[in-house]
Design a binder for this molecule. Structure first.
Ligand SMILES: [Fe+2]
Ligand SMILES: [Fe+2]
Length: 202
């Protein structure tokens, strides 16, 4: 099926009315970030509009889509079933609309993040957390940071997710920790290279 953005917007307004302000806010922030960081703004827009398309499906409906789209789940996914909507929405993007893997990946990882995220994945993760309707301590700080240093904003966003889950004493999906560690390691390598260059050793 060809994706018709205007029809998709109407569908979101009608079927996801409780979430439509969040989704359209996410679209706005994703496009802003794509333009700032040189990603494809149309892909960012589409990923944002589809990222929560299955959000209100029941667990039973999610699991049916998981089977239909042959999505591999592990125990960590089953322990945190709120992540399933990301995987099934990615399935819709791939199998219903035939969208490319960059968009599919951004939707698939928008809840957890993962190690080695590509640019569109980083953009959607941050847009989902920092769209104009979100309100939490430091949200303005993070909004400024996302325009200044994307990876630094992502480290803060992942840290904030982990801290929130720790505070609520709910499980933390291991791939979120991997995403966080991966970004810190990249930063360390950059720092070490700069340091060695400065010391005349590299
Ligand atoms: Fe979501
Ligand atoms: Fe969302």
């Amino acid at each position: 099926m060809t994706l018709d953005l205007e029809r998709l917007r109407v569908y979101i307004g009608e079927k996801l009315s409780r979430r439509s302000a969040h989704i359209f806010g996410c679209e706005q922030t994703a496009v802003l970030l794509a333009e700032r960081w040189g990603a494809d703004a149309e892909k960012a827009r589409i990923a944002a509009l589809l990222h929560d398309i299955t959000k209100y499906y029941s667990l039973d409906e999610q699991l049916k889509l998981v089977e239909k789209y042959s999505i591999m789940l592990n125990q960590d996914d089953l322990d945190s079933p709120q992540v399933l909507h990301a995987y099934t929405a990615a399935g819709v993007a791939r199998y219903v609309f035939g969208l490319d893997e960059e968009i599919v990946g951004a939707i698939y990882w928008h809840t957890t993040g993962h190690a080695n995220m590509h640019l569109l994945e980083k953009i959607l993760y941050l847009a989902d957390m920092l769209e104009p309707g979100r309100n939490f301590p430091d949200v303005e700080l993070l909004r400024r940071k996302m325009m200044d240093d994307l990876d630094a904003a992502l480290v803060d966003a992942l840290a904030s997710t982990v801290a929130f889950n720790l505070h609520k004493k709910v499980l933390i999906h291991p791939v979120t920790i991997e995403a966080y560690n991966d970004l810190l390691r990249s930063g360390c390598r950059k720092y070490q290279t700069e340091h060695l260059t400065h010391m005349g050793q590299a």
